[in-house]
Design a protein around this ligand. Structure first.
Ligand SMILES: [Fe+2]
Ligand SMILES: [Fe+2]
Length: 252
């Protein structure tokens, strides 16, 4: 396990008291040359927000069967596009979740685990859960005649929001223990988002769908519990300055 150590970090001002004093004096003496203020910047953002288009759209149902369903029993007076949009969002996140755990497994193989942390099999089991959830959503969308390969607007939004999480997992200099923080962000979102999707499915009269999603929600609750305990163990070990490397358990 790569340890967090004290090193030659020069990002802080305290590294060089003489230079920092000079820097502060110069900043005070020379006003910013560019005109404008925070309020001006906010006004530009507001203008862009008003003038910009939307982030994509939900495609119409791909099949005739889907169209009939969308127009009839599914609707219950509600817009089918909303449910399809949110199913697309969850599908996108579960796909990313699978890749997130894949990336963590690669780091595990490089560094090994730690006391109170996950085994390779633990990580594989969650990765497989996420993949099964992805497939569950794919089937749910297909049953409604929707195209699960389409990026819906909500899928775009969550894809962008979770891009940092994936970047942490993929960055080789961020060690396995540090990368667990990204898992916490993902699993917290997973838990809340399944809950909201279940409520939406119920509102749309999709009781069978909601029942399937409740099983996924139970998995997510377990994922969150595990990730929290791994992070706590990791932190406790780091705080003790304990040696943490164990032999990597590579797949056969
Ligand atoms: Fe998930
Ligand atoms: Fe999860």
């Amino acid at each position: 396990m790569k340890q967090i150590t004290t090193g030659t970090n020069t990002t802080g001002i305290a590294t060089s008291p003489l230079d920092s004093k000079e820097l502060i004096e110069a900043a005070r003496a020379i006003p910013p040359s560019s005109p404008g203020s925070e309020a001006d910047a906010a006004a530009v953002r507001t203008e862009y927000a008003r003038g910009s288009g939307t982030v994509g759209s939900v495609p119409p149902p791909a099949s005739l069967k889907g169209m009939v369903k969308a127009a009839g029993e599914l609707l219950q007076g509600r817009p089918p596009a909303l449910l399809i949009d949110k199913l697309g969002e969850r599908l996108q996140f579960e796909r990313s979740g699978t890749r997130l755990y894949e990336a963590l497994i690669a780091k595990y193989d490089a560094e090994g685990g730690f006391e109170g942390g996950p085994s390779r099999a633990d990580l594989e089991a969650i990765r497989d859960d996420e993949l099964r959830h992805f497939d569950l959503l794919r089937r749910a969308m297909e049953r409604l005649g929707a195209d699960p390969t389409a990026m819906t607007p909500a899928a775009d939004v969550i894809g962008l929001a979770s891009s940092g999480v994936l970047a942490v997992a993929a960055e080789p200099r961020i060690n396995f223990g540090q990368s667990l923080q990204a898992l916490l962000v993902a699993e917290l979102t997973d838990n809340d988002s399944w809950r909201m999707l279940i409520d939406l499915a119920v509102a749309y009269g999709q009781d069978d769908m909601a029942a399937e999603f409740r099983v996924a929600e139970q998995h997510e609750a377990r994922h969150l519990e595990l990730v929290r305990s791994w992070l706590s163990s990791r932190l406790a070990l780091d705080a003790r300055g304990a040696p943490t490397t164990t032999t990597p358990q590579r797949a056969a």
